[in-house]
Design a protein around this ligand. Structure first.
Ligand code: VGL
Ligand code: ZN
Length: 196
């Protein structure tokens, strides 16, 4: 089912959930994301591997060196977060069964560059999210994650620019600021992103 669809999960990592950059609605968002994956099969007894055979789940992960330029101490605006090798940089355990190495993309690894968009992330083979989605012939992409105003928005806009139909799962989002979240959703609607 859903042959040309895929799900992109942006930064559902512990630091954005209950760590140094904990966002609003994060626990509910993770539960909703897991629930959404469950709806992608009509056979509820299927395990993660069987679901992934028909419905690709791609993970975008913020992964910074300890001296990253987005951190306050190094001139940026954020507290230290998602530092490589720490628990805070790990994908939430509820979603881990769906994570596959070739469909996991890291961004923010270079100390000097802030990268909000999942399109700047790379898997361990050096492939981008865009490379893989075009190999999969994805036409419709579902997006959830953290934070609405930053990495989710930037990723959705790049997916749209790449020609895909973008469905944003609004219940499966967490955000830095409630008004910022609402405003970002309105603006994304105006750009042709489908807010569900
Ligand atoms: C993000 C702040 C810093 C995000 C990443 O995933 O939206 N926000 N790094
Ligand atoms: Zn970051």
């Amino acid at each position: 089912m859903m042959k040309n669809s895929a799900l992109v999960i942006v930064d559902m990592l512990y630091d954005f959930i209950d760590g140094s950059l904990a966002c609003l609605n994060s626990t509910a968002a993770v539960n909703e994301a897991a629930k959404f994956i469950g709806t992608m099969t009509d056979r509820p007894e299927e395990d993660a591997d069987e679901i992934l055979d028909t419905f690709p789940v791609l993970f975008v992960c913020d992964r910074h060196p300890a001296n990253h330029s987005s951190f306050k101490e190094y001139g940026g605006i954020w507290p230290p977060h998602c530092v490589q090798g720490t628990h805070g940089s790990a994908i939430h355990e509820m979603l881990m069964p769906y994570a596959q190495e070739e469909l996991t993309f890291l961004k923010g690894c270079d100390p000097s560059a802030e990268q909000y968009s999942g399109f700047e992330a790379r898997n361990s083979a050096g492939q981008s999210l865009g490379d893989i989605l075009s190999l999969l012939d994805t036409t419709d992409v579902y997006v959830c994650g953290i934070a609405t105003e930053f990495c989710v928005r930037s990723t959705c806009e790049d997916l749209k620019k790449a020609g895909m139909t973008v469905h944003l799962l609004s219940k499966a989002l967490a955000y830095v600021d409630k008004d910022g979240h609402r405003k970002a959703l309105e603006e994304m609607k105006g750009e042709g992103i489908i807010v569900e």
